[in-house]
Design a protein around this ligand. Sequence first.
Ligand code: SF4
Ligand code: SF4
Length: 286
Amino acid sequence: MQIAVISGKGGTGKSSITAAFATLGNEVVLADCDVDAANMHLIMNPQIEESTVYVAGEKAVIDQNLCSGCSMCYDYCRFDAVKFSDGKYYIDEVSCDGCRLCSRVCQEKAISLVKNDKSRMHSGSFRNGKMIYGRLEPGEENSGKLVAMVRDKCREVSEKSGIDTILIDSPPGIGCAVISSITGTDRIFIVTEPSLSGFNDLKRTLELVSSLGIKHSVIINKYDLCPPLSDTIEDYCREKNILLSGKLPFDSEVVHAMVNCKSIVEWRPDSQISKTLTKIWEKISE
Ligand code: SF4
Ligand code: SF4
């Protein structure tokens, strides 16, 4: 069974909730698909067994021995990636889009394109199963493709290890990387919070998930920070016939758990939030 935890915006507590599910009960294959800002490994401290290079597009480089300093590349680059300093032109690899225009206009053939190969996919074991995560380097692109690579690896590891449950921490938002992280899953938890932006992003996320026809339900995190808005979200779910899996209270111990590299269910198993999360997870595992 493949279960994804998603949210329309960052900061809702999606990763804390995923971490709790990952450390409750039977072993899981845990996937951190938030490749632009992977951080689950900081809590789970996995033992890395395999690292794979991920080639994420190309970037331009200038051969200073061939450059005549004509400034054509500087004038033509639409991404302001060509810089001039100490009497030399050079290319800022974070800003470079790899469009190749500079290499076409350079009369000296001083510009070549090289592969972005700093991003990695790591695979290993953590305290409750296996873990796979991707890390996209700043400025490297095609996050959706790296997410697909992580998910392929999860299926392979699941088959080899005999661990049936694949648990996915998706990136926030509703973009390509999110779609790549949830396509073909069996179940999705959508995490929201009682704020206007949280509610708005929940509606957009529900549209996306409904269009993919995947079974889903909503978790309202930190519901007690704004009970009226939380009630509005609950009413909305009821009207639209969307299952509400649970409401979690704000608990500052969640932060303390993270700081101590634990999930909240490991750190404070008797707290209300841990009990609610346990109930939600037990229900899906039945
Ligand atoms: S276009 Fe070529 S020769 Fe001109 S500044 Fe750029 S790298 Fe140098
Ligand atoms: S490849 Fe495109 S984005 Fe990169 S420096 Fe050349 S013109 Fe600019």
